[in-house]
Write a protein of this length. Sequence first.
Length: 179
Amino acid sequence: MKQEELTKISKYLSYILRHKPESIGIKLSENGWCSIDELIEKTTKFNLTKEVIDIVIQTNDKQRFISNLSSTMIRANQGHSIDIDLGLEPIKPPKRLFHGTAIRFMDSIKKKGITKQNRQYVHLSESISIAWHVGSRHGKPIVLFISSYRMVKDGYKFYKSENNVWLVDNVPIKYIEEK
């Protein structure tokens, strides 16, 4: 299967598992899990098979999806706009994390901080290069340095997804440094 087709399937799975499961008549569990058999059965846009889904899970560069040990269920690791309990426990982050965004969003960020918009959490990274890449998907990129150490001291809770994305409810302006 060509990479272009795998990318289309990955975007489709992101849409279904993170935002609109009802668009194909699926109901996710409270933890975001979906039966792979049901997903295959209700998908008409692609010729999905368990093998294709396994390839997407294993080759997705952002590791957006995970399957259970028996490969009967699938879920998105993070990025949901629907209410999902990923079962993550608060964890102490590194002293500094990074957020990639586009320069065109800076006026809003300077007024409101970094907000989760239509997602469950703000996404942060331990890597400047990953943050830069994320920002470049939205326009001319900028990387913001986040004082996660100060945020933890002030009572903010951080979570780390299965694919190493740091999650927090929001990042107020006073914890953001522009470098």
